[in-house]
Design a protein around this ligand. Structure first.
Ligand SMILES: [Zn+2]
Length: 382
């Protein structure tokens, strides 16, 4: 009898051990094949589906529309805050350059990791309970769709959005050329000047646009980071691009120009990069792009660092390194390994954010003129 009772107990225990995580989690994600490159409709269906299927901790976010009317979609992953409290928020995105497909896919990998790990993995559960994690896989859907339409280099390697043609372009032997598209990562109001060459040329891959925030995609990001939903509680932002294995810090609109807390950003970036390296020896260089590569004005992350209280603001240029030119789209079997190693670096950032903000109560509203002095403390200590 004793033996039988023990056996029954063991069986019950095993059943509970096997079934509990799934039952507790109740999380599920729509199928998304990360062993191949997907088209925009797959991203759209996935992001909408993951929010629909997990309403207790995933919310769909549409922050605006592209030039051609596609939604700028993301999710907020996080258990709702207790009444009267604001959670610290973090932001991950797949960038705004059309051809940089791996970054879009790695953002989906992050969503998979967070949603499927909730109530299963202790670390992930802590992140979802403590933080609001915003993930925006594709912030330039028009350019992405266009880059998928042909293997012709001029289309497959498209970088900009799909702004209508502008006929003030110049080439080596002519002027008044008409070219389409604006580089969304040159369109922000930081270091913007009509004298910036080649960013002032509509036929350049890096055309900044006729004026700062001329594009709906960059206006949508600006308006969302300034909105009462996340302003004052967004503490870290990582924007992924390809390629180069660079962990890029602000500022990039001018060489040797740094925010006051640069050392903090650099120290954390080095720790995160070391963690990534430990996985399969992917080596990142850490620094500003201005110092490592050359000045780039109008960048999204530079503008966000300068105009919001967000502390840790990074651009990751994912693998491969810079030895190969135009390696924006690695073979798709690398997407999951890149997702795994990059996630380990993201964990280092999340851990630091949680540790650093445990006694903070985020402030609630943007300042009246819509901008802030980046040197003043904005996270009020309790
Ligand atoms: Zn890029």
């Amino acid at each position: 009898m004793f033996v039988m009772r023990s056996t029954v107990c063991l069986l019950v225990y095993l059943l509970v051990a096997v079934w509990t995580p799934q039952t507790k989690a109740g999380a599920r994600t729509p199928f998304f094949d990360l062993t191949q490159y997907n088209d925009w409709p797959q991203f759209e269906d996935y992001v909408k589906g993951v929010a629909h299927d997990n309403p207790s901790f995933v919310q769909l976010k549409t922050i605006g529309r592209s030039r051609e009317g596609r939604p700028l979609l993301g999710v907020r992953i996080g258990k709702p805050a207790p009444a009267g409290r604001r959670k610290i928020a973090v932001w991950l995105d797949g960038g705004n350059h059309a051809r940089e497909w791996p970054a879009f896919h790695v953002a989906v990998y992050f969503i998979e990791k967070l949603v499927n790990g909730y109530l299963v993995d202790d670390k992930i559960t802590k992140y979802v309970n403590t933080l609001d994690i915003y993930v925006f896989p594709v912030l330039n859907p028009d350019g992405f769709v266009y880059s998928r339409t042909s293997t012709r280099a001029t289309i497959r390697q498209w970088r900009k959005n799909r702004a209508p043609e502008n006929c003030t372009g110049t080439g080596p032997f002519s002027s008044d050329l008409c070219c389409e598209g604006v580089d969304l990562n040159r369109n922000y109001d930081i270091g913007f000047s009509h004298n910036n060459y080649p960013f002032n040329n509509p036929c350049s891959d890096e055309f900044q646009g006729p004026r700062p925030f001329s594009e709906p995609e960059s206006r949508a990001v600006r308006d969302f980071v300034m909105s009462s939903e996340i302003y004052g509680r967004l503490y870290a932002l990582v924007s992924m691009h390809t390629h180069g294995q660079l962990w890029i810090l602000p500022y990039n609109y001018h060489k040797r120009t740094y925010p006051q807390d640069f050392k903090d950003l650099e120290t954390l970036a080095n720790r995160a990069a070391d963690r990534v390296f430990a996985y399969r020896e992917t080596k990142y260089r850490v620094g500003t792009a201005a110092d490592m590569l050359g000045t780039a004005t109008g960048g999204a992350t530079d503008w966000i660092k300068k105009n919001t209280p967000t502390k840790y603001v990074y651009v990751l240029e994912l693998p491969p390194d810079m030895k190969t030119w135009f390696a924006f789209q690695v073979k798709p079997h690398w997407l999951i390994p890149i997702g795994k190693e990059t996630w380990l670096g993201i964990e280092v950032i999340f851990d630091q954010v949680i540790e650093e903000t445990k006694n903070f109560q985020p402030t609630s509203e943007p300042s009246s003129n819509g901008t802030v002095d980046s040197r003043s403390p904005r996270f009020r200590q309790l």
